[in-house]
Ligand binder design. Structure first.
Ligand SMILES: Nc1ncnc2c1ncn2[C@@H]1O[C@H](COP(=O)(O)OP(=O)(O)O)[C@@H](O)[C@H]1O
Ligand SMILES: [Mg+2]
Length: 230
């Protein structure tokens, strides 16, 4: 089943002489149970693509379906609710709450979202794999950039969303931790039937992806298995 479908999506920032055409006729779909990697250089439109895929940003033209619902047909409140209950974002600014411990960040998710969250044992496993199980009582200001990034990833997963959208989730991580993040994503996609989409310029990660796309200058295309380098 399709988790996200984007059809003929265009995005232009600005207007008239300052207009920048950032996404060009993007057609894309992500299936539940798969980890999808969208790779492209800086400035190619990855963050724009991810924000539009998750309904954070409206396209200039084209349509987006999430879990079978057409975003443009929903009222803003309903759209927001769909986003909240269905999608976990891992954004580049980690958005951790400074006065809450790592554990407190997760508890906040329960408050905002209600009681549904990932099964305890599975989440404990995620914390172990991401290497933050021993950081639960720490405040964000005492964590390294990499630890913060991993805490933000854990927070997005804690809510157990059916769709995870991650923007450069390994930017602050060394290779071992980057691979552990991708292995966690892959395992959750396969074992709990999530659609997980990672946009990145980090080509180290390609080997983990079930589906691979390239985005260059706002144009997206599939990278076929025989074209893969890794
Ligand atoms: N809010 C905005 N207003 C104007 N231009 C923007 C805005 N956001 C991004 N851009 C431009 O759109 C292009 C793609 O940006 P972005 O989606 O952030 O790419 P990436 O994530 O691949 O680096 C860049 O040229 C960037 O400068
Ligand atoms: Mg970006």
């Amino acid at each position: 089943m399709q988790a996200i479908t984007m059809s003929h999506v265009n995005k232009t920032y600005g207007s008239d002489t300052s207009a920048v055409h950032v996404l060009k006729d993007v057609n894309f779909s992500a299936t539940y149970g798969q980890l999808i990697d969208v790779v492209g250089p800086s400035g190619s439109g990855k963050s724009t693509f991810l924000s539009i895929a998750g309904g954070l940003l409206a396209p200039t033209s084209g349509s987006i379906d999430i879990g079978g619902a057409s975003l443009q047909d929903l009222r803003p409140r309903r759209r927001e609710q769909l986003r909240l209950t269905t999608i976990g974002f891992v954004l580049q600014s980690y958005n951790l709450v400074p006065f809450l411990t790592v554990r407190g960040q997760f508890a906040l998710v329960d408050k905002v979202r209600g009681t549904r969250h990932m099964a305890r044992e599975r989440f404990d496993e995620v914390l172990q794999t991401l290497g933050i199980a021993q950081l639960l009582d720490a405040y964000p200001s005492t964590l390294s950039g990499g630890q913060r990034q991993r805490a933000a990833i854990a927070r997005a997963l804690y809510a157990d969303p059916a769709i995870v959208l991650a923007d450069e989730p390994t930017a602050s991580l060394d290779t071992d931790h980057a691979f552990q993040v991708m292995a966690t994503f892959r395992r959750l996609a396969h074992e709990t039937n999530k659609a997980i989409i990672v946009v990145t310029h980090d080509t180290r990660l390609e080997r983990y992806a079930d589906g691979l796309y390239d985005i260059t200058d706002g144009a997206i295309r599939v990278i076929e298995p025989h074209e893969r380098v890794a």
